[in-house]
Design a protein around this ligand. Sequence first.
Ligand SMILES: *Cc1c(COP(=O)(O)O)cnc(C)c1O
Length: 424
Amino acid sequence: MEKKAFVTREQIEEIVKTYPTPFHIYDEKGIRANARAVKEAFSWNAGFKEYFAVKATPNPFLIDILREYGCGCDCSSMTELMLSHAMGMAGEDIMFSSNDTPAEEFAYAHKIGATINLDDFTHIDFLEKTIGTLPETISCRYNPGGVFKISNNIMDNPGDAKYGFTTEQLFEGFRILKEKGVKNFGIHAFLASNTVTNEYYPTLAKTLFETAVQLRDETGAHIRFINLSGGIGVPYRPEQEANDIAQIGDQVRRVYEEVLVSAGMGDVAIYTELGRFMMAPYGHLITKAIHEKHTHKEYIGVDACAVNLMRPAMYGAYHHITVLGKENEPCDHKYDVTGSLCENNDKFAIDRMLPAIDKGDYLAIHDTGAHGFSMGYNYNGKLKSAELLLREDGTVQLIRRAETPGDYFATFDCFDIYHKLVRT
Ligand SMILES: *Cc1c(COP(=O)(O)O)cnc(C)c1O
């Protein structure tokens, strides 16, 4: 897939007059078109709902856009629950898919009426003790173990993942929950991450749908929804082909009819918890080349670092780079594009062929709309950037200001040194 930036050099030169680099910028138009396509792809299912994985991009302005397309929030922590609730979401709008969950998070999730998705068999007891009862509707996360294959390709390794109930625990868990008065059940699984194949959801759906029929038959549980969770990927590399969400939706429909409808379970709602697919392609990290260094290799030093985008340092992930204004120039220079952290893995690209870069050039680092800003940290005392929204009408809206030293030092606010820090 050809990778084109959604902003031009001219636009960025205008924006930096108000908001200096580095910053993340999001493309409203792209977000909307994609959210519409997801909604459409599953419109055959009356109860369909996408719960946006808040951890991917925890920004209320962006989540508000998704809400117009019927999306709720999938939360994994207290602050994500708080954010969703503050946005006016409650009850059916919030899925709480956490793991290793602290008691107070279960208590808060229950208080705001979120649907709780249990990660472990022992959490049945833990939840009951924590909230004094069990909710009417509950979901369990399933991990069948082994490796997850599509045809003969190993996609991921659930047997090595910390998440979910085993098959035995799932059946036993449903029996116990039913005995304790739970009325409606959900099943959830997340078995492979960032899949760039249309077959992931349909393959996963088949496993979950067949399991659901068995669970109903053996435990009598009323299964109200099946949550296919996240895992639909995006083509980070230009040679990859994008997933076709319409085709994915249609293939899930076929499996649904084949397995669920024929078992008399045609009222089961399909839920998703997509993060990356909803947002990743619609974000760029914009950064300026501030240094060039010629030693054993050719380096371009930029004003962003792994604090703004951790995936390359953390996973060796590829993020495409466009040198704005040089889209049509030959990629005949080999560079390492680096940030300023005292870590040699703080590189956005290694041995990347790019056009000749001059100091002052702006680079658009692609596909940072999910697991980008949110994964950042504060190593080396570096501050997190602003987030901007490129509106459909071409205007730019600040949707999170950049961190200041005052934010960074705020947790010293009960100590004397704080006053010196914020005064200087
Ligand atoms: C991370 C996560 C998601 C979103 O995953 P993507 O790869 O961004 O689609 C959904 N559900 C759960 C439980 C997660 O942990």
